[in-house]
Design a protein around this ligand. Sequence first.
Ligand code: FAD
Length: 383
Amino acid sequence: MIGFDLSPAQRELQKRAGQFAKEVISPVAVKHDREGTFPLEVMNKAHAEGFLTPLVPKEYGGGGLGILDTCLLSEELAAGDMGIFVSIFVSTLALYPIIKFGTEDQKNEILKPFCEKFTLASYCLSEYHVGSDPASLETTAKPEGDSYVLNGTKMWITNGGYADIYLVFATIDPQKKHKGIISLIVPSNSEGVHHGEPIDKMGQRASNTTAVTFKNVRVLRKNLLAGEGEGFKKAMVALDITRPMIGIGAVGLARTALELATQYAQKRIQFGVPIAEHQAVQFMLADMAIGIDAARLLVWRAASLADQGVRNSREAAMAKAFAADVAMQATTDAVQIYGGMGYTKWHPVEKLMRDAKVIQIYEGSAQIMRRVISKHLLRENAS
Ligand SMILES: Cc1cc2nc3c(=O)[nH]c(=O)nc-3n(C[C@H](O)[C@H](O)[C@H](O)COP(=O)(O)OP(=O)(O)OC[C@H]3O[C@@H](n4cnc5c(N)ncnc54)[C@H](O)[C@@H]3O)c2cc1C
């Protein structure tokens, strides 16, 4: 049996997140995009609402929500502003491995205070030389007594300049490739940790993205997440959960593009009628709506599988890849429907188009998602 009905609690969650997006995120989104500044006040309020900790179990003070529930609230937040949503979402990306694989002590030490007091976390996997192929990462963690000594630079770290906690992936032996990778929970005030200046990006400019350098940073062994050699596997499992969330962010962004384009098409008169009466424009709107609904359903499937404890790498990759492409196409078409006005900063659609592009790049690029999907396909069909 397949059901698409949401429970009253889920609808309430959507409503609460939608209201937050409308009242708190949207009013400041353009300002932070223009100035490339981080919306600390919004983040504080989002934390107070529990939007930074939806997956943290209630016993540690979090929302105790499922993956699908978290996707529902994420769509609403992203409809307000994708960059601000990503800043909120990244804490879930960093906390999820701790929720899933952390020891009881780690959960009590990290999750509880995180929920109680405004805190931000970052997920530190990528490096200058290492993006799509994280098994080749170069940051090292040398075991020494009761600690690991961490050296290296992480790149493109969302919330890098503001995080209190970094979840860092490093290798204890580069020869071992993915089997040598460990993940460490690193407080950002540890000696030897430095972050760079905010990177001046094309879109999602309200999110803070920096390099983070670790120079002889001593990290106690108690901060090792899961066992040695388990880091890579755990990082990938986290991505299976968080890719649907980025996918649903793309859905929220595309939805805003469709709403704006529909309104504009009904107002703008050419050839004596609103442009919405020209079939070519109608079909662009229709294609946007088809893509948005299809992407949402792919995300809901991937999220539901995860909630049932079923491995969903293929479905998560499909949802993320498709939703990112839908957002790119929908925002490009929204600019098209606005005509020349769409190409200016007088209207918000150019921002949506800029915000969409990076969704095809981060959290696994469009090509890497297709690599994951085709690997599954070929494995399933191997004789
Ligand atoms: C705004 C932003 C925020 C980010 N936030 C974070 C974060 O918080 N934490 C974090 O760890 N990382 C983060 N990233 C990094 C992001 O995950 C990487 O940019 C992404 O994984 C791609 O890596 P790359 O940029 O090094 O591109 P590359 O890996 O160099 O790829 C370049 C191009 O080659 C293609 N390509 C590479 N390998 C293959 C292949 N085998 N087959 C086909 N095509 C291939 C890619 O698809 C891409 O088009 C962020 C990036 C950005 C831009």
